[in-house]
Design a protein around this ligand. Structure first.
Ligand code: FE2
Length: 304
């Protein structure tokens, strides 16, 4: 199981991964950058489902709330998809039934203490950055969490036009008595992950307060239009320090996603986002990430 998993991961990362900003960063010719962006954006446009979420202008009268509560069958209704298309971010509170919340908490505790009581798809990895943070990362099988998988299936069917299996990561992150003073590129600077339609689903069984590095998202910044494309053609850092990024964010609201326990949120991370800084030197954060950049890759764009 582990070997097959590692092999698939390798092929996905080396060959099939959906283009990010690496090519744009290493290419100086504006003409080549435009060709590259246009080619992939045209491929994206041929997916009808992307049209509503990424290419149609936001309808501001339908962009009211982004916070919802789960319904009794854990189904995602049209008002949630409509808000997502307009805002690029939605939050579902009370997202999972208590038995599944408890199961996720058990897995996260197993990860924190590296007890390996559960069957993880790859070895739990533990890494530190400059002795400032300690991150334990585990990859469970999504089948163990049927309602979470059901949310993932509903969102991928609507956004990609087919069910796409997520890459699932459970994180336990701990600050080692460290105060985040400087901003970090790709993390605490507002930035975009890639120019193509892109999203992540986050789930937390616990509160995320303002000091716990909540996600920030510039509502509506995921819409692919002329301003958006100019940003990717001209950007140096692909973040808020680029002038064209400021133009995308003009007159838009930055939402800070603090949460109650048992909250799921989905963010279009081709839009402008960051995490906030941790404000407590001994902060701990437990988080579940669902990502689709491997499940929906270059082949899905090219063969569409
Ligand atoms: Fe990001």
């Amino acid at each position: 199981m582990n070997l097959i998993y590692k092999f698939k991961k390798l092929i996905n990362n080396r060959i099939l991964r959906t283009p990010g900003v690496t090519f744009l960063k290493k290419t100086s010719s504006l003409k080549k950058k435009k060709q590259h962006i246009n080619f992939w954006i045209n491929r994206a446009k041929s997916n009808e489902n992307f049209n509503n979420f990424f290419f149609q202008s936001a309808e501001l009268d339908k962009a009211s709330t982004i916070r919802f509560s789960s319904n009794k069958n854990f189904l995602v209704g049209e008002e949630i998809f409509s808000s997502l298309a307009n805002n690029g971010l939605i939050i579902i509170e009370n997202a999972l039934p208590s038995c599944e919340v408890e199961k996720i908490i058990s897995y996260l505790n197993d990860l924190k203490n590296i007890k390996k009581k559960f069957n993880w798809l790859a070895n739990i990895s533990s890494s530190t950055r400059n002795n400032e943070t300690l991150l334990n990362l585990g990859i469970p099988d999504i089948k163990n969490f049927p309602i979470l998988k059901n949310y993932s299936d509903q969102f991928t069917k609507k956004i990609y036009g087919k069910i796409v299996l997520p890459s699932v990561q459970f994180h336990h992150l701990k600050l080692l008595n460290y105060i985040e003073k400087d901003k970090i590129r790709g993390e605490t600077y507002l930035h975009s992950d890639r120019f193509l339609p892109h999203f992540k689903i986050f789930y937390t069984p616990f509160n995320i307060g303002v000091g716990d590095a909540p996600l920030k998202f510039c509502l509506g910044s995921h819409k692919i239009n002329e301003k958006y494309l100019a940003f990717f053609e001209n950007a140096v850092h692909f973040d808020e320090t680029d002038i064209d990024c400021k133009k995308i964010m003009e007159n838009k609201k930055i939402e800070i996603v603090t949460t109650l326990p048992n909250t799921l949120y989905l963010c279009f991370t081709n839009g402008i986002h960051s995490r906030s800084s941790f404000l407590n030197p001994n902060s701990e954060r437990y988080m579940v990430f669902l990502q689709y950049v491997e499940g929906f890759n270059k082949l899905d764009y090219l063969l569409n």
